[in-house]
Design a protein around this ligand. Sequence first.
Ligand code: ADE
Ligand code: ZN
Length: 327
Amino acid sequence: TELIPLLSRAPKAELHIHIEGSLEPELIFALAQRNGVALPYADVEALRAAYAFTDLQSFLDIYYAGASVLLQEDDFHDMAWAYFLKAQADHVVHAELFFDPQTHTARGVDTGVVIRGLKRACDRAQAELGISSALILCFLRHLSEDEALATLEAALPWREHFIGVGLDSSERGHPPEKFARVFARAAELGLHRVAHAGEEGPPAYVESALDVLKVERIDHGVRSVESPALIERLAREGVPLTVCPLSNIKLCVFRHMAYHSMPALLALGCKPTVNSDDPAYFGGYLNDNFVALFEALPQLGAREAYALLRNSFEASFVPAERKGAWM
Ligand code: ADE
Ligand code: ZN
């Protein structure tokens, strides 16, 4: 449609991007060589050929393998800088980046190495590209709550470098309430709170993320449409949903983009945004997600495009006075 070029050029905020999911196969191989890490794939083509996912877990196995090349502070900087260059091309003016410290501390990489490398890229993106950004520390939900608590405490020397905490990794069998204490601790520390819920998991996980973890946004939340009562609540409370269209198709949450719940979420008064999740693995960055969504769903028009862009700024954790410049 004629909307696509307008959407592509429009300023936008990205609120759901796992920075480890922006690691392209070429950079994985370059870092493997730089760090002397052996990979179980012969070359870039063989690695990319493995990107045929059947569900969330089949993706996570390869995503954690890809992250194994990240060892030095510069590696984290280079990864995030590559993302910011892609973001600039898509007219992203603000990005809130998830990172998974436990993926790295498990290999002996210090939390400070991760955070300092990422922060250096964030500062450089502001200085050289005019992109503002913030970091959100995510807990891996397939690990224990005690491990999450230890991860948060280990990050506190860099408390000023991240604005919030999130919850990601394998959703099924790991309900939000498993992390009640660590999210309460994060709240005490003045950190923002978000959680993945209702991606592969049921609407009940979205409810417990809100009720028990007291999250301010739901990451994904696309399965909320299965519960009319939940949808009514999300709309009434204005809870933002950070939706990732290409991710949902690649991980078989929906059979085809034509069946995505985005039109229903918008029509029912919810507050969805569009995001890329793990762009190096799912076939595209932020604009690719907008294009795939709008091309597959003719019921999405200018009104919906405007709402999605506006929601991205409204749902960001930028102070209200700075939002004014965008909205
Ligand atoms: N980690 C990276 N991407 C994720 C996703 N889409 N869901 C859960 N955990 C993730
Ligand atoms: Zn995600």
